[in-house]
Ligand binder design. Structure first.
Ligand code: G3P
Ligand code: CA
Length: 276
């Protein structure tokens, strides 16, 4: 299966506009849409009561004022937490060192509350323009298929689980786990899938991906050290989506190699560099 694209490099906001606003919050995704991002990236995990929420780490400790594993907390526990104020704190845990540089309105509590994937899908549906979604399944093996099952059910509710063709789909599923992508493909063959890689593997070296996966998702470190793999993947008809690309030399490298999507914490800066 190939997914050759005709249009220019997509700019994907990694965890939202996460340099400016707290990652994986409505504030960060609203900012990314305002900034003109073509797509939004999010990580999804299951809560103890079976809701898909957008959180990167296994625990909420880094990005909220709470503690504990997402999988051990219910959605109501997470809803009581603040996922915004850490962004303007000293990383060592000290007092606030600066004012938030996104438009923080305390009355808009939802902007920095835990974000469900359902709410993010609503945001994208209401964006008023096409905004794609790159959804990454986190630790899918722990849940023996439940993450993918819940994900596909939710996509179905939004009419997004069965695109006519991969190129038409505004949603794609990403994972470091080939097994997770296989589960998605088995249930929804036309949904595009992205295999993320942070280490060089023999398969990647040969320009190959797991069976049926159309899109490669190498880290920028791999692209810097082995640009020839990107050329090989593209020659094999695969799209290449690179993460996490924040600085001008890396943006230029990706552009020169013709990568299909740049995943970045700074969507506005990348768009500027691309002259858009
Ligand atoms: O977009 C892929 C990238 O997000 C994978 O790494 O750790 O940021 O989820 P991570
Ligand atoms: Ca991710």
């Amino acid at each position: 299966m190939t997914h050759a694209r005709q249009h220019p490099t997509q700019v994907v906001a990694h965890r939202g506009a996460s340099e400016d606003a707290p990652e994986h919050t409505l504030a960060a995704y609203r900012k990314a849409i305002e900034d003109g991002a073509d797509a939004l990236e999010c990580d999804v995990r299951l809560t103890a009561d079976g809701h898909l929420v957008c959180v990167h780490d296994r625990r909420v400790n880094r990005t909220s004022n709470g503690r504990g594993a997402v999988s051990a907390l219910e959605l109501s526990d997470l809803a009581a937490l603040d996922f915004g104020s850490w962004k303007s704190r000293d990383p060592a845990g000290g007092p606030r060192v600066e004012e938030p540089d996104w438009e923080h309105r305390p009355e808009d509590r939802e902007a920095t509350s835990v974000l469900t994937l359902e709410r993010l899908l609503e945001l994208v549906s209401d964006a008023g323009r096409r905004v794609e979604l790159a959804i990454e399944t986190k630790h899918p093996t722990r849940w023996a298929g439940q993450v993918e099952e819940r994900l596909l059910l939710l996509l179905k509710r939004f009419g997004l689980d069965a695109p006519a063709a991969p190129a038409d789909s505004p949603v794609r599923v990403m994972s470091f786990s080939a097994r997770s992508l296989h589960r998605v493909r088995a249930a929804s063959p036309a949904l595009p899938t992205v295999h993320l890689t942070q280490f060089v593997t023999p398969r990647l070296r040969d320009g190959r991906l797991p069976v049926g996966v159309g899109i490669a998702g190498p880290s920028i470190r791999i692209v810097r050290s082995h640009p020839e793999y990107i050329e090989r993947l593209k020659q094999s008809g695969h799209q290449v989506h690179v993460w996490t690309v924040n600085d001008a030399p890396d943006i230029d490298l990706c552009t020169s190699l013709g990568v299909d999507a740049i995943i970045t914490n700074r969507p506005r800066a990348v768009l500027d560099r691309l002259g858009r």
